[in-house]
Design a protein around this ligand. Structure first.
Ligand SMILES: CC(C)(COP(=O)(O)OP(=O)(O)OC[C@H]1O[C@@H](n2cnc3c(N)ncnc32)[C@H](O)[C@@H]1OP(=O)(O)O)[C@@H](O)C(=O)NCCC(=O)NCCS
Length: 393
């Protein structure tokens, strides 16, 4: 057992040791992802993330995560064709979204919409491995369409139909913004999707694996994962980072505001990680793209504020192993891509669905239902008191 160990006596006097938040606890084995948090290294199935970011595409990385080998050109061509053919989603799904309150958060809408996709899968209860792979492909293909459609509907616009001529990332930006992105913007989005696609036993992936371990269905597992990703301690951090950059407003105000937040014991969004005690390798890559985009767009304000915060944080809390995580530079990067802040966490989901579904399939290949225990701290014994004998305290 590693991590912060707590020792407590249960209600019957027995002493237990455990890792709060399952820190450092090994729950099962995986071949999908390796992270060395001390060295700041991340690999998908053995390939360093830097190589995938430089040479791969989101489509190829998804295939690799799901099927366990790099595709041949024929396999990749077929996979891309299948993804394109599954981009469109049933109109009924968007009708459900249209009937949700306008005030609903996009991640909550995404949770409902993805859950509803299951009702339109006629084989939803077929639990053969072949069907699971097909379902994974359908979900990877449909997530961008659903997420972009949600944002269009929130703005009172009609969803834009997928463009079969565009790759996965470019088509997503097109359906979101209504215009075809430049090649560079499409490539930046592609790299961002690759970098967010998988990350071991994080909370949302673990959620998906716990759900499928009961032999429930993939839609339930992925819907649960969306709910888990929504939280500000997980995927919700990227939106909070951008709101913090906006609150700060200019690089010369960053130091005072961050120091004040640290004095208040506030967590600075986009910093810290349960696994990394060094710079998150994904943050390093995103930082470079954010800088280039800032220069291209001719507005370095958000990048400059981010760099100043990074400098202050490294000086103040770097000794605790607190460094920028994946959410920190993705915030300014998405801003430069013209994406509205409330869509940052849904974008995370659009990417992470590849990792979630790969883990669901892997879990099913050697499944054992997850069932940990907790230490009971309630009363050792109480007798039932009939309702008419209870008094208000
Ligand atoms: C990600 C996170 C939940 C990890 O939590 P954790 O593993 O439980 O880390 P801990 O809370 O044990 O942090 C260890 C120390 O670093 C500090 N710390 C951790 N993250 C911090 C942050 N973002 N800002 C300031 N201090 C931070 C803690 O206060 C703690 O200090 P202490 O030892 O003096 O009490 C946490 O770092 C966090 O809330 N970060 C902000 C949200 C975020 O960006 N999430 C996205 C993750 S990809």
């Amino acid at each position: 057992m590693a991590g912060k160990i707590r020792e407590v006596k249960d209600a019957f006097g027995k002493v237990h040791q455990f890792a709060e938040g399952l820190e450092g606890v090994i729950a099962t084995t995986t071949e999908i992802c390796f992270i060395d948090g001390q060295a700041g290294k991340l690999m998908y199935r053995g390939i360093p993330i830097e190589q995938l970011a430089e040479h791969s595409t989101y489509e190829e990385t998804s295939f690799f995560l799901l099927y366990g080998h790099l595709p041949t050109s024929r396999e990749l061509g077929d996979f891309i064709r299948r993804l394109k053919s599954h981009r469109a989603v049933a109109n009924e799904v968007f009708d459900i979204v249209r009937n949700l309150p306008k005030s609903a958060a996009p991640m909550s809408m995404l949770r409902t919409a993805i859950s509803s996709l299951g009702h339109f899968d006629q084989d939803a209860e077929d639990d053969s491995l072949e069907k699971h792979y097909q379902r994974a492909e359908h979900l990877i293909a449909a997530f961008p369409t659903v997420a972009a459609g949600i944002q269009r509907i929130r703005k009172g616009l009609e969803p834009i139909a997928p463009d079969p001529e565009l790759g996965h990332a470019a088509n997503f930006l097109y359906m979101l913004n209504g215009e075809r992105p430049t090649d560079y913007a499409a490539r930046v989005m592609d790299v961002a999707l690759i970098l967010h696609a998988e990350h071991g036993f994080n909370a949302s992936t673990f959620t998906a694996r716990v759900i499928i371990s009961t032999l429930s269905d993939m839609y339930s597992a992925v819907t649960g994962a969306i709910g888990s990703l929504k939280g500000p301690l997980h995927g919700g951090a990227n939106e909070r980072v951008m709101r913090m950059l906006m609150e700060i407003g200019s690089a010369d105000r960053a130091e005072d505001i961050i120091l004040q937040k640290l004095r208040n014991k506030d967590k600075i969004m986009g910093f810290g990680h349960r696994v990394y005690r060094a710079l998150d390798p994904r943050a390093k890559i995103l930082m470079q793209f954010s800088q280039k985009l800032a220069e291209q767009v001719g507005d370095t304000r958000w990048y400059d504020i981010s760099k100043k915060i990074q400098e202050v944080m490294e000086r103040e809390v770097g000794h605790k192993g607190i460094y920028p995580n994946v959410d920190f530079f993705s915030a300014s990067l998405y801003y430069y891509l013209g994406i509205e802040v409330e869509m940052y966490t849904p974008i995370f989901a659009v990417s992470r669905v590849a990792g979630w579904t790969a883990h669901v399939v892997e879990q099913l290949k050697h499944n054992r239902i997850f069932r940990p225990r907790s230490v009971y701290l309630g009363p050792a014994h109480m007798d039932y008191v009939p309702l008419d004998q209870r008094t208000e305290s």
